[in-house]
Design a protein around this ligand. Structure first.
Ligand code: ARG
Length: 464
């Protein structure tokens, strides 16, 4: 079949060059958005008297038929059309003759594709947003069940201070809440219509861009036609938001992988989210968490691929920009899949509270609390810090822990030590005495759970 633009050429495009040029096999994903955009465009052309109402009705009838046929599988993308825009236009013309040829008045594929991607990403970003909210809910529920589970909090992967598992989980809830708000922000900025920018400079027809923008659910129109067709910053911004989501998921995955090792044994993943080994019968591997961690690199890669493709492009449209789609599609699908697998994996994970507790009992994680005990009895913090350091050294030498050192042994370090110190350094006291806002203290954690719940209920949309 001749290309739409064949008039200017005396020779057909080389077959391999044709395949190289074609984007239909991936941009066919946007068929719905392409058809919606075309319907709005036809309606605008008719309203402005650029085409007749009868032609507009025929065009809409043709496009609706094409949409139904694609959805029912009667029409496939088995075609040599260059891209989804050409595919639908030529199908329309095949069905409606000359009327179909009027659709592309006052439009270019450059603004057409810019509209299609925005519409497509708006829908897909909403799915990501929903998935984030579901994950936040799972985290909230898990946290609510684990307010009494005490484990060591780590810095440098060294046992540092006691925390509750709920508090640890809620840190991730906050991250994913910011991720959702970041995503919503990017979508808001993206939601302006480039339609009517045409090839780059606008058009000589008296179009009504606001009308079609409104029909397509945009907040308004893009104010500069060159910008409208030549930037893909919204793709970059979304992919940055996806990369940050993946970075959070990856850190969480890493912890789940560590926690489910024999060395930690803090959690056990459900059989339905783990795999066995082909040779080692005892193995239960956290493959899903590992894959999420692994796929993070891929999403970062997609972001960098597009940033690099865009960095040297003169205004306005360049064919390099066709590379935006595979990168953004891959990135959005990957983040959607990772979120959909991660949430149920977490929901079905068993928390081994006793193991967490016994890990918290070793490693002197209450040493800060012991120093604070001396401070509250009047000693300057730095002195208390030093004395507790010496006490810990004695414990290590005698193979004891702070709980098993005798009062006499304590008194050798400072007169301020008395019997009540043992209650003061119990793990439960360490937690309940954390009274600062946002801390691991039981009350603070309860407040955090409420805060997350309010976010889930949509009451705190713009908290950050
Ligand atoms: N398939 C092209 C893309 O994805 C559509 C725009 C083509 N425009 C052009 N002038 N060749 O970018």
């Amino acid at each position: 079949m001749d290309k739409m633009w064949a008039g200017r050429f005396s020779k057909a495009l080389d077959k391999e060059a044709d395949d190289f040029n074609s984007s239909l096999h991936f941009d066919c994903k946007m068929f719905r958005q392409d058809i919606c955009g075309s319907i709005a465009h036809a309606q605008m052309l008719a309203k402005q008297g650029i085409i007749t109402t009868a032609d507009c009705e025929e065009i809409i009838d043709g496009l609706t038929g094409i949409l139904e046929d694609i959805e029912n599988g009667r029409l496939t993308f088995d075609s040599d059309a260059e891209d989804i825009h050409m595919f639908i236009e030529s199908e329309l013309t095949a069905r409606k003759g000359d009327v179909g040829k009027r659709l592309h008045t006052a439009r270019s594929r450059n603004d057409q594709v810019a509209v299609d991607i925005r519409l497509y990403l708006r829908d897909e970003a909403e799915k990501v947003n929903d998935l984030l909210y579901s994950l936040i809910e799972v985290i909230r529920d898990k946290a609510a069940e684990n307010q009494d589970a005490i484990l060591p909090g780590y810095t440098h992967l060294q046992r540092a201070q006691p925390i509750t598992f709920a508090h640890h989980l809620l840190a991730y809830a906050q991250m994913f809440m910011r991720d959702a708000s970041r995503l919503q922000d990017a979508v808001k900025r993206m939601n302006y219509s480039p339609l009517g920018s045409c090839a780059l400079s606008g058009t000589t027809y008296d179009t009504d861009r606001e009308y079609e923008a409104e029909k397509l659910g945009f907040y308004g129109i893009m104010q500069n036609s060159i910008d409208g067709v030549s930037d893909r910053d919204f793709c970059v911004e979304l992919m940055s938001a996806f990369s940050i989501i993946m970075m959070h998921l990856s850190r969480f995955s890493e912890e789940i992988i560590l926690w489910s090792s024999w060395e930690f044994k803090f959690v056990e993943l459900d059989d339905s989210y783990t795999t066995g080994s082909s040779i080692m019968p005892q193995k239960k591997n956290p493959d899903m968490a590992e894959l999420v961690r692994g796929k993070t690199g891929r999403v970062y890669g997609d972001l960098f691929a597009l940033l690099t493709s865009l960095k040297g492009l003169p205004l306005a449209y360049n064919k390099d920009m066709q590379e935006d789609k595979e990168a953004i599609f891959d990135s959005i699908e990957t983040v959607q899949k990772c979120l959909s697998i991660f949430a149920p994996m977490l929901a079905t994970m068993t928390v081994l509270k006793e193991n967490m507790y016994s890990a918290a009992q070793k490693g002197f994680i209450n040493a800060t609390d012991l120093a604070d005990y001396l401070v509250k009895k009047g000693m300057p913090f730095r002195t208390a810090y030093k004395i507790v350091g010496q006490t810990v050294a004695e414990c290590i030498e005698k193979n004891k822990v702070l709980e098993t050192l005798t009062l006499d042994e304590y008194k050798a370090h400072s007169d301020l030590f008395s019997e009540d110190l043992f209650n003061e350094i119990s793990l439960e006291t360490c937690i309940s005495k954390r009274i600062s806002a946002g801390s691991t203290g039981y009350k603070s954690v309860e407040k955090q759970i409420e805060f997350v719940t309010e976010f889930i209920n949509g009451k705190k949309e713009s908290i950050y």
